[in-house]
Structure formats: C-alpha cells, structure tokens
Design a binder for this molecule. Structure first.
Ligand code: IMP
Length: 177
C-alpha cells in the first residue's frame, strides 16, 4: 500500500483491532461501573478508535473532544500549550482520556498537566497504541490496546502527512522501500 512517497504493509488487521476495542470497552465498563465518567477524546488521530470504543461503552457517561495546540506566548515564556474545545466541568468527575498513540509521552504529559488543575476525581488514559521503547513520559497509559515497536504506523485514524486516516487496519512503514 502506498501513501505519498512511502510504502506500508498491514501490521494490525481490522479484525484484531475490533477484538481489542471490545476488550478495552469491557474492562472500562467493569472498572467504571456506577461512576460519573467523562471521556475526553484527543483529536484528530483518535476519532476512529473513539467511535468504535464508545459504541461498546455501556456505563453512564459523556464524551467531549479536544485538540492540543501550542502558541507563542506574549511574554518570554515561549510556547504555551492549550487544550482547545474543553467546555465541560471536570470537578469530581472520573475522566478517561482517549488517545490513538502514545510515543514519547510528551503530548499526554502536557494534557495531564493541563487537566490536573481542573479538580477531577481521577484521570485515566486509554491509548490504542503504545511505543514502550520510545516512551519517556510520566503518565503511562492505564489501558493499552497494543504495545508496538518504534516503527511509524498509519491507518485507523493515524496519518502520514494527513493521509491514511480512513484506513480500517493499521499499517507499518516498509523500511526497505
Ligand atoms: P508523543 O511522542 O507521545 O507526544 O506523540 C505525539 C504524536 O505523534 C501522537 O499523538 C501522534 O499524533 C504522533 N505519532 C507518534 N507516533 C506515530 C506513528 O507511528 N504514526 C502516526 N503518528 C504518530
């Protein structure tokens, strides 16, 4: 399979992803039974995972979507991170952040830092993919679909220069081409 200048091969099939998503939803349904849960889906990459996961969530819950953004502040502080789209009150809620992939862990650390000041009761992270060999962060995901090696992957929401998000399987870059 080719996307722009790179070639990719199937890495995790559609069926394996769907089985894993069901499995993750089951665990969340039992761990959070009876709690007041707000899912926070981090766009863009997690849109497909979020849709499939949420179809199998049976606990009473709400969902909202955010985007990480960075702008150059007016002071000497340099870049300032912000979460766009967060308009729910987090106070006393159980939060589950939905991510597509956690690689170095820098993004999830920033998100956790921004959310932890909002007074949530607990914050857990659910990521479909996790690259343990490149992870240097503070917050390891609580729910992991697949731990994968450090190869670049696309599909099922993940992109290569904005291409490939629509694919229903996950593909790995073919280093030999
Ligand atoms: P972080 O290194 O954990 O902060 O991940 C930053 C972001 O890099 C993720 O949210 C993804 O958007 C992107 N990313 C990391 N690894 C991959 C990959 O293999 N394919 C596509 N995007 C990736």
């Amino acid at each position: 399979m080719k996307l722009l200048d790179k070639s990719f091969e199937v890495f995790i099939s559609r069926d394996k992803i769907q089985d894993k998503v069901l499995n993750l939803a089951d665990k969340i349904n039992s761990d959070f039974f009876g709690k007041d849960v707000l899912f926070i889906s981090v766009l863009n990459g997690s849109f497909m995972f979020t849709a499939d996961l949420m179809k199998n969530i049976s606990i009473d819950s709400e969902i909202t979507f955010v985007k990480m953004s960075s702008y150059v502040g007016t002071s000497s502080l340099g870049n300032v991170d912000q979460l766009i789209g967060l308009n729910h009150k987090l106070k006393d809620k159980s939060i589950i952040i939905i991510e597509d992939i956690i690689d170095t862990g820098i993004t999830i650390d920033k998100i956790m830092n921004l959310l932890s000041i909002e007074g949530a009761k607990e914050i857990k992270v659910c990521s479909l993919l996790f690259k343990p060999n490149s992870f240097k962060g503070k917050y390891k995901p609580d729910y992991i679909g697949f731990s994968i090696p450090n190869a670049f992957v696309v599909g099922y929401g993940l992109d290569y220069n904005q291409k490939g998000r629509n694919l229903d399987s996950i593909y790995k870059i073919n280093e030999l081409c």
